[in-house]
Ligand binder design. Structure first.
Ligand code: CP
Ligand code: NVA
Length: 307
């Protein structure tokens, strides 16, 4: 059997993405209607790095659907150290119905998925954060109704979050501009992939190294930390980001009613000022809340319960 998975944002077609958004909307409106849907199902959460939103929203989301989730932190199973990835995967496939993985290397998830013959969900790797990006576009749809005439701008590091936002923008046909320092580019292969997809969908993808240009006329300004988990040894890269801080001056270059988004955790005073994240343009906690609704929809969809 070929199991559905959510390792990369392109694991879903456009119609599947809208099916998940529609389901997430219904789950959000009426959570009690879904409370026994996953009775008897088990979800594993393998986390090599810390987490607040991803861990808690998957864990509690799965329980509120009637299932049981088990958290397996870095000290618990020591994936690939105590035991080979392929052995852990085949054993866990006998106990669990699906797995969420947060790993340093994307390759660990790919390797695990080769041996875990059930749905695998990427809860953030060095390359992608698909559940975050799916939630973010869902949140934008809640705000705007549709993407027509809307411009999304990302300012900051060329990291996992940007990669997933960019790829999904291309798939959904969205106008997406981003600005990173030249020293911290998004992966070239990811950009090429997004550009190929954009040709098909007529998405407008624009890369800048000047944040002011990227946010001109934007409906959304999005940022993320300058130094991601797992690259603390590269913290000297912070020096490239000073002009990339989202502050009132940068906000004033976008549309008047621009919304500010951040996947969180945030470092106030670095990628965003306190007044912006706490200000009237900020929707960061709506974004965070939506993680639970969208991920419940992803779980229902991957487990084939979306009747
Ligand atoms: N945005 C996000 O994934 O947050 P956590 O690292 O807390 O899970
Ligand atoms: N880019 C950040 C996102 C955290 C949710 C990281 O990888 O640490």
């Amino acid at each position: 059997m070929n199991y559905k998975r959510c390792i990369d944002v392109y694991d879903f077609s456009v119609s599947e993405i809208f099916e998940i958004f529609d389901l997430a909307m219904r789950v959000k409106k009426n959570p009690l209607a879904y409370k026994n849907l996953l009775n008897g199902k088990a979800l594993g959460l393998i986390f090599e790095k810390p987490s607040t939103r991803t861990w808690v929203s998957f864990d509690i989301g799965f329980s509120t659907l009637g299932g049981h989730a088990i958290y397996l932190g870095p000290q618990d199973i020591k994936l690939g150290v105590r035991e080979e990835i392929r052995d852990v995967a085949r054993v866990l496939a006998r106990y669990l119905d699906a797995i969420v993985m947060r790993t340093f290397s994307h390759k660990t998830i790919i390797e695990f998925a080769r041996y875990f013959a059930k749905p695998v969900i990427n809860g953030l790797s060095d390359l992608e954060h698909p559940c975050q990006a799916l939630t973010d576009y869902f949140t934008m749809l809640e705000i705007f109704g549709d993407f027509k005439g809307r411009k999304i701008a990302y300012v900051g590091d060329g990291n996992n979050v940007l990669s997933s936002l960019l790829l999904l923008a291309a798939r959904l046909g969205v106008d997406f501009s981003f600005a990173t320092p030249e020293e911290c580019l998004v992966r070239r292969s990811t950009l090429m992939r997004a550009r190929r997809e954009a040709k098909r969908t007529k998405a407008k993808i624009s890369e800048f190294h000047n944040p002011g240009q990227a946010v001109r006329g934007a409906d959304i300004i999005y940022t993320d930390v300058w130094v991601s988990m797992g690259e603390e040894h590269k913290s000297s890269k912070r020096k490239y980001f000073k002009p990339f801080q989202v502050n009132q001056k940068l906000l004033s270059k976008a549309k008047k009613d621009v919304r500010f988004m951040h996947c969180l955790p945030a470092h106030r005073g670095e990628e965003v000022t306190n007044d912006v994240i706490e200000g009237k343009h900020s929707v960061v906690f709506d974004q965070a809340e939506n993680r639970i609704h969208v991920q419940k929809a992803i779980l229902i969809y991957l487990l084939g319960m979306n009747a």
